[in-house]
Ligand binder design. Structure first.
Ligand code: SF4
Ligand code: SF4
Length: 71
C-alpha cells in the first residue's frame, strides 16, 4: 500500500496517468469533479509507489508521499 492521493480538483481529466501504471491500477472515475472532468481512481492497496503516474501528471494532481522529483 502506498500513500498516494489524487487532488481531484486539480485534475483536468487528460487520462495521461492511466496507461503509465505497470500494474494497471488506475481507472478514470464515472463522476466528474467541479470543473466537469473525470479523474483517476487509484487502487492504493496494490500501488507499489513506482511514481510513474505521479511523474506523468502535467497538473501535479497526483500526490505520492514516497516519491521525489528528479532534479
Ligand atoms: S505509483 Fe506506480 S504502481 Fe502506483 S498507481 Fe502510480 S503507476 Fe501505478
Ligand atoms: S495525468 Fe493528472 S490531470 Fe491527467 S487525468 Fe491523470 S491526474 Fe488528471
Amino acid at each position: 500500500m502506498a500513500d498516494i492521493k489524487v487532488d481531484i480538483d486539480r485534475c483536468k481529466g487528460c487520462g495521461l496517468c492511466v496507461p503509465q501504471c505497470p500494474k494497471l491500477l488506475i481507472k478514470m472515475s464515472e463522476k466528474m469533479n467541479e470543473q466537469g472532468n473525470f479523474y483517476p481512481i487509484i487502487d492504493k492497496e496494490k500501488c507499489v509507489a513506482c511514481g510513474l503516474c505521479w511523474q506523468m501528471c502535467p497538473d501535479l494532481a497526483i500526490k505520492l508521499k514516497e516519491a521525489k522529483r528528479k532534479p
